[in-house]
Design a protein around this ligand. Structure first.
Ligand code: PLP
Length: 486
């Protein structure tokens, strides 16, 4: 940052009118480099002409694939189109130039945005209050489980050391429970893909802190037995956690709070749009039912009786889980998205996501193996090709889709089937896009029979085609030096 501008800002912020804000003494530490570290000759930088640089970065950018480049049916990830108005809102200088330590009085607009989104999410989820601080779904799970732990501890109920997770759950569920210090107990699914209540019953006792559920679950199937499960869980003194990654089809139709869930997270970057993938950016707000608000992380934003907003800390809180108020730009996008669609628009989005998934499923189930029949919600899972006599696997199908300019669906998850191929079209795709995708999927199924080598050797049109997956996962090359040493 420009030094003059910085000094001016510091000067303005330190004016007596700004109560409670103290500039740290060493805000601009003077750097004194030892003589032996100082450069003695001019720095030698490679000279590259501008067109070469522009072409290099331009070419690199075309190796990226995003929702703006094409259909992205990555199951569980809700890769919906991100309206550009959201970017304008998030990039507004009134938000991007804010410093997290600015006094409340000077950032009332940003706090109002935070508070308004908090209320909108409480309405969507049927919860008493939300915190927007967590950075992702997984981070929300950890935060929610720490809320649950703080609740049990506040009652002196410290022998609850287990968290129950369905076998269909996303991997982050057991991982978050482990990070929160819990032992993980798995509950089985029935052949129809829903949680087996009979298998759950004997697992519930006074050592269970929480049961984590996803609804619709990762197979895209609506869990109908939640009221029964909620009463069993509550009778055992445990709390019911809702993984809200699949909230999209539920928008305006059903609310986790009304079903009996106590704590939930929402993946803003999935349900409420934000370009994501490759690790971010995201936000995983956590909502709680009445009676659990005081355990939410600090800081919290509240509305005062005079209509102003304040940032507060609660003593019973589990503490801080993020830098200040979370990923503000993602919060701004989510609110822009919610306000531009409105109640009716959100409901339509959820319904259309369900319709699109069922349309693609029904159009392909004669050539791909559909292990669980019936109506799905926003996504569904095939178990490889219907014709089991070919040697073509789900991985081959996914790679062949790349040749046709599609991002591959999620593969080999959930773990319930050997050849899982999980497709989530989202509501933002046109009928024409869905029909083209269906045609390509049918062509691949035909190729698998007639010319299986074509599918097995795919992709042929991508910068790289068959990396060693295991080696790439175990020993990823993440810096330029290692790459040049190859
Ligand atoms: C995406 C997802 C998560 C994790 O969310 P992140 O935002 O990626 O951390 C958890 N559960 C389910 C079912 C998901 O699809």
């Amino acid at each position: 940052m420009n030094r003059d501008f910085y000094s001016k800002l510091i000067f303005e912020l330190s004016q007596p009118g700004r109560k409670g804000y103290k500039i740290p003494e060493n805000h601009l530490p003077e750097v004194k480099l030892p003589e032996n570290l100082k450069r003695t000759s001019k720095l030698e930088l490679p000279e590259v002409d501008e067109p070469s640089v522009v072409r290099h970065y331009n070419n690199m950018s075309t190796n990226n694939f995003g929702v703006d480049s094409g259909f992205y049916p990555l199951g569980s990830c809700t890769m919906k189109y991100n309206p550009k108005i959201n970017e304008e809102v998030a990039a507004h200088p009134a938000f991007t130039s804010l410093h997290p330590a600015t006094p409340d009085k000077a950032v009332q607009g940003a706090l109002e945005l935070y508070y308004t989104l908090q209320c909108a999410l409480s309405e969507v989820g049927g919860m008493a209050e939300f915190t927007l601080n967590p950075y992702a779904g997984a981070h929300g799970e950890l935060t929610g489980l720490l809320v649950i732990k703080a609740y049990h501890n506040s009652r002196g109920d410290v022998k609850r050391t287990k968290v129950i997770v369905p076998d269909s759950a996303h991997g982050t569920n057991p991982a978050s429970a482990a990070v929160a210090g819990y032992e993980i107990i798995e509950v089985k699914s029935r052949p129809d893909g829903t949680v087996d209540v009979e298998d759950l019953k004997p697992l519930l006792d006074d050592t269970v802190a929480a049961v984590m559920m996803t609804n619709p679950n990762t197979l895209g199937i609506f869990e109908k037995n939640i009221p029964e499960i909620a009463s069993l869980v509550h009778a055992a003194g445990a709390l019911l956690y809702y993984d809200g990654a699949n909230l999209n089809p539920m928008l305006g139709m059903a609310r986790p709070g009304d079903m009996g869930f106590d704590v939930m997270h929402i993946n803003l970057h999935k349900t409420f749009s934000t370009p994501h993938g490759g690790g971010g950016p995201g936000a995983g707000p956590v909502g709680v039912r009445a009676g659990l608000e005081q355990f939410l992380p600090n800081p919290r934003v509240v509305k005062n009786s005079d209509g102003s907003f304040s940032v507060i800390s609660d003593k019973k809180s589990l503490g801080s889980i993020s830098a200040h108020l979370g990923n503000f730009a993602v919060e701004a996008r989510a609110l822009a998205y919610i306000l531009s669609l409105g109640n009716q628009g959100l409901k339509e989005a959820g319904k259309l996501a369900t319709l699109n998934a069922n349309y693609v499923k029904e159009s392909l189930k004669d050539v791909y193996c559909l292990p669980i029949e019936g109506v799905c919600k926003h996504e569904f899972v095939f178990d490889g090709l219907a014709d089991k006599s070919t040697c073509v696997t789900t991985l081959n199908v996914a790679k062949r889709l790349l040749d046709h300019g599609y991002h591959a669906p999620t593969i080999y998850f959930p773990l319930l089937f050997h050849e899982s191929l999980m497709i989530e079209p989202t509501e933002t795709e046109s009928l024409q896009t869905l029909d083209e995708f269906i045609d390509v999927m049918r062509d691949i199924a035909r190729e698998a029979k007639e010319t299986p080598d074509v599918v097995k050797n795919a992709p042929l049109n991508t910068p790289i085609s068959h990396p060693d997956d295991t080696e790439a996962a175990l020993h990823p090359i993440v810096n330029y030096t290692e790459l040049t040493e190859l």
